[in-house]
Design a binder for this molecule. Structure first.
Ligand code: B1M
Length: 223
């Protein structure tokens, strides 16, 4: 069983989606996340075990390598694809409550901002690390965040901004979320954002990269 989980970690780490996938070249012809997840379920490994001890360690290694500039956006996207291919098989178990997720994270790119590549990476990395992600997309106003919070009151909220001009919206949305729901943790990120700005606008945490968000949530929320 641990052999299958190790193989699965490697599929996520190196972005091996399925047997037919030519990427990465060194794993050509080998089973990928798709086949190995099915084999693991067929041999009785629980969805929880597959997520916690197979997929998540692989995604964590990718997050660290990405932070250290040892891999780049395309590799992370392939890892996320391998991860989501595996998750298709696991979702029915999570939906049934048989397997637990670590917490819920609501994420969106703020009003006026259409950049979503970084936001998507954060979302993928969190899913890969066992969190339920509610992705509100781009150009997200306060009402949408608050509507999502009404559905998921214990969630942490993440705001992404890539434009200096939309940092003002990040500030306004953070303040409006905090006014409506003072106990909600708000994390912020994106190229023009930094720790000083985070403090100035009253957000709780600034993460420079997806792994930073994962580590923050692991240290504050994880059960
Ligand atoms: Co735009 N754009 N863009 N753009 N774009 C930038 C951001 C810009 C720096 C380019 C430049 O001029 N050099 C510049 C902003 C300048 C500024 O504000 N100071 C810019 C501009 C000006 C514009 C337009 C205004 C251009 C125009 O129309 N005149 C326009 C604005 C549209 C709008 O949003 N309203 C625009 C449009 C676009 C495209 C649509 C063409 C496209 C976006 C496509 C898409 O996202 N689907 C685009 C792109 C691709 C870029 C660049 C080239 C790349 C951005 C990117 O995806 N980077 C960018 C220049 C550059 O960065 N080289 C640029 C890769 C991504 C992985 O990084 O998003 O930083 P990033 O995410 C990182 C971290 O920031 C962090 O994690 C990620 C991984 O490390 N992170 C978080 C992000 N969100 C986080 C949230 C967190 C934590 C971490 O917690 C919640």
């Amino acid at each position: 069983m641990s052999n299958l989980l190790n193989q699965l970690s490697e599929c996520v780490e190196f972005g091996k989606v399925n047997k037919a996938a030519p990427f990465p070249p060194q794993m050509k012809g080998m089973d990928g996340a798709d086949e190995i997840t099915r084999q693991a379920l067929d041999t009785g490994v629980s969805a929880q075990d597959i997520l916690t001890n197979g997929l998540m360690p692989g995604m964590e290694r990718v997050g660290v390598k990405f932070r250290e500039n040892k891999v780049f956006v395309p590799q992370v996207l392939m890892s996320a694809k391998a991860m989501s291919t595996a998750m298709v098989h696991l979702k029915p178990f999570f939906a049934s409550g048989e397997a637990k997720q670590k917490g819920t994270f609501i994420i969106g790119t703020v009003l006026g901002d259409l950049h979503d590549i970084g936001k998507n990476l954060v979302a993928m990395m969190l899913e890969g690390n066992g969190y339920k992600v509610v992705d509100l997309g781009i150009d997200v106003n306060t009402d949408k965040y608050l509507a999502a919070l009404a559905e998921h009151p214990d969630a942490t909220v993440g705001l992404s901004a890539l434009l200096t001009t939309t940092m003002a919206n990040m500030e306004r949305i953070t303040k409006e979320i905090k006014a409506a729901s003072p106990s909600t943790l708000v994390t912020v990120g994106g190229a023009p954002v930094n720790n000083d700005f985070c403090r100035k606008i009253g957000a709780d945490y600034y993460a420079p990269d997806p792994q930073g968000v994962v580590e923050f949530l692991n240290s504050t929320l994880a059960v």
